[in-house]
Design a protein around this ligand. Structure first.
Ligand code: FES
Length: 174
């Protein structure tokens, strides 16, 4: 299992959180027991929700764990995770800052706003600050083009954002 070997013991959620792993294992076994034969795939989303609730995100080792418990391929699990935006492969911060990079926002300077957030938070697109407070991500059009450029902080929408507003948006998170 070359892929598992790539996960250092220190970083392994499975090694570090045996209680959570056993809770997940019981949850999966229970759901699997109630699934109709041949319908295991139908309970996959429930199991992934449970795993994300326990660990906060779904890194590769957890994806493989769930796949093995359900007798599925890793690619089946990965396909579901990448399809649904509420599943996260990477750790997510307390404040999820999302910058719309759809066309309307892009032409009004979304990339400049992204750069400004990167500058202030010292993280790249898709990363989380080491203190776990902020995640930075780009999004496709969020359907508020008349407010472009748009930034979301968790569920809160900021419209007509300029680079100058970035420090204030970050400060409002505290
Ligand atoms: S392009 Fe950003 S809201 Fe539509």
């Amino acid at each position: 299992m070359g892929s598992m070997a790539a996960v250092g013991t220190q970083d392994s959620l499975i090694t570090n959180y045996p209680d959570k792993v056993s809770e997940l294992s019981e949850f999966i076994a229970e759901r699997k027991g109630s699934a109709k034969p041949g319908r295991v795939r139908g309970i996959l989303i429930e199991c992934l929700h449970k795993a994300q609730e326990l660990f906060g995100y779904l890194p590769k080792e957890i994806q493989i764990y769930v796949a093995e418990k359900l007798g599925l391929h890793h690619s089946d699990v990965y396909g579901v995770i990448s399809f649904y935006s509420f599943f996260n492969e990477n750790p997510v911060g307390k404040y999820r800052i999302s910058i719309c990079t759809g066309t309307a926002c892009f032409v009004r300077g979304a990339d400049r706003i992204m750069q400004e957030f990167q500058h202030f938070l010292h993280v790249e697109d898709g990363e989380t600050t080491p203190d776990g407070n902020f995640s930075l991500a780009s999004l496709r059009c969020v359907g508020a083009c008349s407010l472009a450029p748009v930034v979301l902080v968790n569920e809160k929408v900021y419209g007509n954002v300029s680079a100058k507003m970035v420090p204030d948006i970050i400060n409002e998170c505290d």
